[in-house]
Design a protein around this ligand. Structure first.
Ligand code: SAH
Length: 216
């Protein structure tokens, strides 16, 4: 008999995300569809659907699936949205965003990570994602403004020049806190009246560092 059920590790994956409070069906489906095993190191493939962060090249990490799903859910994405991600890393979060938004620009300071992520995203036909080598804390003025901004590296404060790039009706989400230790996932919403700020959950991200990395 042919079964339409996903493989057991993906069933567990869904269950864990639901138990932890992810309820948006579109986000859950997208998490199931994006092959996380293609974004982790070959030696970690067996554990790709466990709910934990994993090491990637250049001393960085691919985020824990729950955190990816949670941040994505908080962004309330729509198909027409233009999204900016700071911290491409493996490209996994960008792949998730690409299925839910119109266009994604993702910025990474390590050339190797940017190149590897670009190749993976092309292979998965994520044609609406552009991977840019650059410093997400100091972006060129000509990249325009965004409906959604997601920062996936820890910042001590949300940079003013990112807030300025947020459209009215826009949402920005970032881990705010000390570089070492625990940060608070913080959501900013821009309304006609100004900026609303909400602190969400505690998270641990690698730090956002200035400049393009000198290493590869
Ligand atoms: N979103 C990634 C995980 C991010 S890890 C994923 O889905 O795999 C954080 C990433 O942010 C690292 O790759 C790190 O090199 C990058 N980073 C840190 N500071 C940065 C900056 N100023 N500009 C761009 N990328 C930065």
């Amino acid at each position: 008999m042919i079964s339409n059920q996903p493989p057991p590790e993906k069933m567990m994956f869904q269950l864990t995300l639901r138990r932890r409070g992810i309820s948006d069906q579109t986000v859950l489906r997208t998490m199931e569809e994006v092959p996380r095993e293609l974004f982790v190191e070959a030696s970690d493939r067996d554990g790709a659907y466990r709910d934990s962060a994993l090491p990637i090249a250049c001393g960085q990490t691919i985020s824990q699936p729950f955190v990816v799903a949670y941040m994505t859910e908080q962004l309330q994405l729509q198909k027409q949205h233009r999204v900016l991600e700071i911290g491409t890393g493996s490209g996994y979060q960008a792949a998730v965003l690409s299925r839910l938004a119109g266009q994604v620009l993702t910025v990474e300071r390590y050339r190797k990570l940017a190149d590897d992520a670009r190749a993976r995203l092309e292979k998965l036909d994520c044609h609406n994602v552009e991977v840019m080598l650059g410093d997400g804390l100091n972006l060129p003025p000509n990249i325009g403004s965004f409906d959604r901004i997601i920062v996936t590296a820890a910042v001590e404060q949300i940079p003013e020049n990112l807030i300025e790039r947020l459209e009215i009706g826009g949402i920005l989400i970032a881990p705010v806190g000390p570089h070492q230790g625990v940060q608070t996932l913080t959501r900013l919403s821009r309304t006609e009246a100004g900026i609303e700020r909400k602190e969400l959950v505690e998270v641990r991200f690698v730090p956002a560092l200035p400049g393009v990395a000198r290493e590869l």
